[in-house]
Design a protein around this ligand. Structure first.
Ligand code: ADP
Ligand code: MG
Length: 695
C-alpha cells in the first residue's frame, strides 16, 4: 500500500542520442523502432507487472513519454483485449482523434477497425475495435447505458491532471465499477502534478513513475509588463527565427482568433523582410480542419524551421517533437460560470504556475531549449495560481446533475467527488433544471428530465427537441439544434467580405436567426446537399455536412425513444414557440433603439451585427437568445423574436402579463423557488449535523 515505484532510468546505449541524431533516427527508422525510443518502453515490463498486480494504478510521466500512445498497445499486446476493449479517455476531442490516428498507424491497421475513436456526434469504431480512444464525455454517457462498462476490460483515464468536469465525475463512477468488477483495470495518468491526490482518492493505490528524459530549459521572463501580448509574441518569434540556431518554435496563445491573427502578422512581417529564411507557420486549435491539424506533426522541408501557434492543447495533450523554443503568452481560455451573464462563458485568464511550467517543458524534449515568457517574474510569483481550479468548481453542472440523477445518485452531496463542487453551484444548476421542468420540487428527475438525458445535448437544447415533439415540429427543431451544435456555417474571406455579406443576407429570415439557420439547411437539402452550391453561397460545406451527421444521429436517438419525426412544413411560428419554451430564461425586452435588456436581470444586451434582425433593422419587443457573448459589449448570439404571451405560457415561473404588457416575477412562483432553495439548504444543514453526530 502506498508503495512508490520509482524505477531508475534504463537507457540503453542507442537511446543516449543527441537531439540531432534522434531526429535523424526518427526520419530513417520504422515506426516500430520509434516506439522503442520512448521513455515508457524502458519500463514496460515493470509497468505491466504493477498493472497485473493492482486493479488501479496512477501513472506519472512527462509529456511525450508515451503514456497515451503506448500503454493501450502494451495492454493489447499483453492479451487484455481478449476480455474486452481497452478504453482511453481524453478531455479534448482533438487529442482523441489525433492519437487514435497515430496509434492505428503504429499498429498498422485502418483507423476505425482494431483502433478507433469516439467523440460526441462522431463514432469511428467498429465490431473489431479493441483499442478505443474517446472523450471523457463519451465514456460518461456510456455508463448510462451499461453501468458496469462490461464491454471494457481496462480504462485509461488520461490527462487526469486537467481535472475536466467529466473526468472528475468519472473518477467517482469508475471507483465503484472497480469495486464491483475484479477483472477490471483502471489506470489514471497525469503529467506529474497531483499524483498523490489521485492515489489517495482511490485508496492509496501505487504510483508508477516513468523516468523522464528531458533537457534543461532556460526560462526568460519579460522585464516589464507586456501590454499587447499578441504583438510581443510575434516580435519574439521573429527574433528567434532571424537570429537563433535551428530548432522549431511553439507559441502558446489562447484561441482561434488570436492564433490566426498571430500567424497572419508573422507571415506579413517576414514577407516584408528581404531574404529572410523560410518559416513554416502552422496554426493549431480545435476547430481547425483535421488535415491541417495533422500538419503540425509532419516534417518541414530540409532546413525550414517550423513555427506552431497553438492553444493549450499542445501543453500536455499533444506532443510535437523537435521544439527547442517556446513562446508563452501566459494566458489560457477557460470555461467559467459568469454570474453576471448567468451562464458559462469562455474567458481568458492568466495560466497557473503549473501550466506555464508544463509549457516551458515542451522546449526540452529533444535538446536544451529556451522558453520566452511574455509576463514578468513578479506576475508569475504573485498573480498566478499554483494550479487551475478544477472545472467542477467553476462551471454549470446541469448536464452532470441530469446524468448522475439518472444513474440513481439521489443525493448529489453524497457522491464521491475528489473535490466536491461548491454547494452554491449545485443549487444554481439544479434551479436551472427545475425551471426547465427536468427536476421536480423535491429535486428528482421528472419524466421530461429522464427523456432529456438521452440526448448528448445541453439541457435547454434537449428540452427544445422534446418541445418540438409536443408541438409537432421535430424535423425543424432537429435542424435548428444540429446547426447550433456545429461552428458557424458562414464563410467570410477577408478579401471578399462585401460579397459574402450580401450572400448571407439572402438567407435572412426577418424574425429569427434560428430560422435563418433552418432556412439555409433546407435550401442546401433542396439543392441535393451539393458542395458547389455551398461555395457559391459562401457557406462551409464541411460544417453543413457535420450538421447533417449530427442531425442523423439525433434522429437515431429519437427513434430509440420512439419519438416520431414530425413537421409543420412552413408554419414556422410553432418552431419559434419551441425555441421560446426552452430559452425563456434568455428573454430580453426592447429598451432603446436596437438595445435590449434581459427581462430577469436587467442587464443590457445588444443585437449582434451578424444577426438577421440587425441586418434587416427589425427590432421586435421581445426576443430570446441562444447565448450571450462578451466582446466590446454584451451581444446576444442567435436571436429569435417571441410573443410576450409565449413567455407567459412557457416561462410562467418568471413571467406574467400585466395590463401594461410588462413582464414581472410572479410572487407566488418566486416564493416557491425560494422555498425549494431553502429546502435544499436545510438538507445540507441536516446532513452536516448528522455527520457531526456520527463523528
Ligand atoms: P504522452 O502521452 O506521454 O504525453 P504520447 O504517447 O502522446 O506521450 O507521445 C509519444 C510520442 O508519439 C511523441 O514522441 C509524439 O511526438 C508521438 N506522436 C503522438 N501523436 C502523434 C501524431 N499524431 N503524429 C506523429 N507523432 C505523434
Ligand atoms: Mg498524453
Amino acid at each position: 500500500n502506498g508503495a512508490h515505484y520509482k524505477k531508475a532510468a534504463k537507457f540503453s546505449d542507442h537511446m543516449k542520442t543527441t537531439s540531432q541524431a534522434a531526429s535523424e533516427f526518427s526520419k530513417n527508422n520504422t515506426i516500430q523502432q520509434q516506439r522503442c525510443l520512448l521513455p515508457v518502453f524502458s519500463v514496460r515490463e515493470e509497468l505491466m507487472d504493477v498493472i497485473r498486480e493492482n486493479q488501479i494504478v496512477v501513472v506519472v510521466g512527462e509529456t511525450g513519454s508515451g503514456k497515451t500512445t503506448q500503454m493501450t498497445q502494451y495492454l493489447y499486446e499483453e492479451g487484455y483485449g481478449k476480455w474486452g476493449m481497452i478504453g482511453c479517455t481524453q478531455p479534448r476531442r482533438v487529442a482523441a482523434m489525433s492519437v487514435a490516428k497515430r496509434v492505428s498507424e503504429e499498429v498498422g491497421v485502418k483507423l476505425g477497425e482494431e483502433v478507433g475513436y469516439a467523440i460526441r456526434f462522431e463514432d469511428c469504431t467498429g465490431p473489431k475495435t479493441k483499442i478505443k480512444y474517446m472523450t471523457d464525455g463519451v465514456l460518461l454517457r456510456e455508463t448510462l447505458k451499461e453501468d458496469d462498462l462490461d464491454r471494457y476490460c481496462a480504462v485509461i483515464m488520461d490527462e487526469a491532471h486537467e481535472r475536466s468536469l467529466n473526468t472528475d465525475v468519472l473518477f467517482g463512477i469508475l471507483k465503484k465499477i472497480v469495486s464491483r468488477r475484479r477483472d477490471f483495470r483502471l489506470i489514471v495518468t497525469s503529467a506529474t502534478l497531483n499524483s498523490k491526490k489521485f492515489s489517495d482518492f482511490f485508496g492509496q493505490v501505487p504510483i508508477f513513475n516513468i523516468p523522464g528524459r528531458t533537457f534543461p530549459v532556460q526560462t526568460i521572463f519579460s522585464k516589464t509588463p507586456v501590454e499587447d501580448y499578441v504583438e510581443a509574441v510575434v516580435k519574439q518569434a521573429l527574433a528567434i527565427h532571424l537570429s537563433h540556431p535551428q530548432g522549431d518554435i511553439l507559441i502558446f496563445m489562447t484561441g482561434q482568433e488570436e492564433i490566426e491573427c498571430c500567424c497572419f502578422a508573422l507571415k506579413e512581417r517576414l514577407d516584408q523582410l528581404e531574404d529572410a529564411p523560410e518559416l513554416s507557420i502552422l496554426p493549431m486549435y480545435s476547430q481547425l480542419p483535421a488535415d491541417l491539424q495533422a500538419q503540425i506533426f509532419e516534417k518541414a522541408a530540409d532546413n525550414v524551421r517550423k513555427c506552431i501557434v497553438s492553444t493549450n492543447i499542445a501543453e500536455t495533450s499533444l506532443t510535437v517533437d523537435g521544439i527547442l523554443y517556446v513562446v508563452d503568452c501566459g494566458y489560457v481560455k477557460m470555461k467559467v460560470y459568469n454570474p453576471k451573464m448567468g451562464m458559462d462563458a469562455l474567458q481568458v485568464f492568466p495560466c497557473s504556475r503549473a501550466g506555464v511550467n508544463q509549457r516551458s517543458g515542451r522546449a526540452g524534449r529533444t535538446g536544451p531549449g529556451t522558453c520566452y515568457r511574455m509576463f514578468t517574474e513578479v506576475a508569475y510569483k504573485s498573480e498566478m495560481l499554483e494550479v487551475n481550479v478544477p472545472e467542477i468548481q467553476r462551471t454549470n453542472l446541469g448536464n452532470v446533475i441530469l446524468l448522475l440523477k439518472s444513474l440513481n445518485v439521489e443525493d448529489l452531496l453524497d457522491f464521491d467527488f475528489m473535490d466536491p463542487p461548491p454547494q452554491d453551484n449545485l443549487l444554481k444548476s439544479m434551479f436551472q433544471l427545475w425551471i426547465l421542468g427536468a427536476l421536480d420540487n423535491t429535486g428528482n428527475l421528472t419524466k421530461l428530465g429522464r427523456k432529456m438525458v438521452q440526448f448528448p445535448l445541453d439541457p435547454p437544447l434537449a428540452k427544445m427537441l422534446l418541445m418540438g415533439h409536443q408541438l409537432g415540429c421535430t424535423s425543424e427543431i432537429l435542424t435548428v439544434v444540429s446547426m447550433l451544435s456545429v461552428p458557424p456555417v458562414f464563410f467570410r474571406p477577408t478579401d471578399r467580405q462585401e460579397e459574402s455579406d450580401a450572400a448571407r443576407e439572402k438567407f435572412f429570415v426577418p424574425e429569427s436567426d434560428h430560422l435563418t439557420l433552418l432556412h439555409i439547411y433546407n435550401q442546401w437539402s433542396n439543392n441535393k446537399y451539393r458542395g458547389d452550391w455551398c461555395a457559391r453561397h459562401f457557406l462551409h460545406v464541411k460544417i453543413l455536412r457535420k450538421a447533417r451527421e449530427v442531425r442523423s444521429q439525433m434522429i437515431d436517438i429519437m427513434e430509440q425513444q420512439r419519438l416520431p419525426i414530425t413537421s409543420t412544413q412552413l408554419e414556422w411560428d410553432t418552431v419559434r414557440q419551441a425555441i421560446c419554451s426552452s430559452y425563456f430564461h434568455h428573454a430580453s425586452k426592447l429598451k432603446g433603439i436596437g438595445e435590449y435588456v434581459n427581462c430577469r436581470t436587467g442587464i443590457p444586451c445588444h443585437l449582434h451585427p451578424t444577426s438577421a434582425l440587425y441586418g434587416l433593422g427589425y427590432t421586435p419587443d421581445y426576443v430570446v437568445y441562444h447565448e450571450l457573448v462578451m466582446t466590446s459589449k454584451e451581444y446576444m448570439q442567435c436571436v429569435t423574436a417571441v410573443d410576450p404571451e409565449w413567455l407567459a405560457d412557457y416561462g410562467s415561473i418568471f413571467f406574467t402579463i400585466k395590463e401594461t404588457d410588462e413582464t414581472k416575477l410572479r410572487t407566488e412562483k418566486k416564493e416557491a423557488i425560494e422555498a425549494a432553495a431553502m429546502e435544499a439548504e436545510m438538507d445540507v444543514f441536516r446532513r452536516q449535523k448528522a455527520e457531526a453526530a456520527k463523528r
